[in-house]
Write a new protein. Structure first.
Length: 205
């Protein structure tokens, strides 16, 4: 594993970018508030896989080719937008008087949640900007190797896991404080509005 200045600069830049608010974090928080922390975990897994995809595309130079075939990423982008809109609609319409389902969310459709997280990251302009514009200025082309790629991939997994865990735990604490049906309904409406805003942000960037 290679730990040189490229690696440490990348980790620092990734940490700052990961903590910065954006549609991905909004979707994570909304999923926790509306569906519980366990459901959000698989969504986070999909987002991390999306970041790893962007990393590999950028380091391999395939991102340049991919930019010349925008239809693929447009499809992924609008898939992520559609999911966020769907989630916002479901949360807005959800009934607040179901403590059993809130406390014990069902764990079905795990692949769907992973795919949703992946689509949100692949269509997120913030992720695109980081890996396509910022990463090449951090990692020198003549420094790229399999060892460095593996090191950067591990850094992505570790940094994002920590950041996402912080957001999930904080959102789950807030969720546990909601005891009345009126409070839950209000929180659902706020969450749905935030998700709709995140979808619009991705769509029009």
């Amino acid at each position: 594993m290679i730990f040189d200045w490229d690696f440490f600069i990348f980790v620092g830049a990734l940490s700052v970018a990961a903590f910065a608010p954006g549609p991905g974090l909004a979707a994570i928080v909304a999923t926790v508030l509306a569906r519980g922390a366990k459901r959000a975990v698989w969504f986070c897994v999909g987002m991390i896989i999306g970041d790893l995809t962007w990393l590999i595309l950028s380091l391999s130079g395939l991102a340049v080719i991919a930019q010349k075939i925008p239809i693929v990423f447009l499809a992924i982008k609008w898939g992520g937008v559609a999911y966020l809109c769907y989630l916002a609609f479901k949360i807005w319409r959800s009934e607040p008087d179901a403590p059993a389902s809130v406390a014990h969310p069902q764990q079905r459709n795990i692949p769907g949640r992973v795919l949703a997280g992946y689509a949100v990251t692949m269509g997120n302009p913030k992720a695109m900007l980081f890996y396509l514009a910022l990463l090449p200025s951090i990692v020198k082309a003549d420094h790229i190797s399999i060892a460095l790629t593996l090191s950067l991939g591990l850094a992505v997994i570790m940094v994002l896991s920590v950041v996402f865990a912080i957001y999930v735990i904080a959102a789950n604490k807030a969720r546990q404080m909601m005891t009345s049906g009126r409070a839950v309904r209000t929180f659902n409406r706020i969450t749905a509005t935030a998700l709709g805003g995140a979808a619009a942000w991705i769509a029009f960037r």
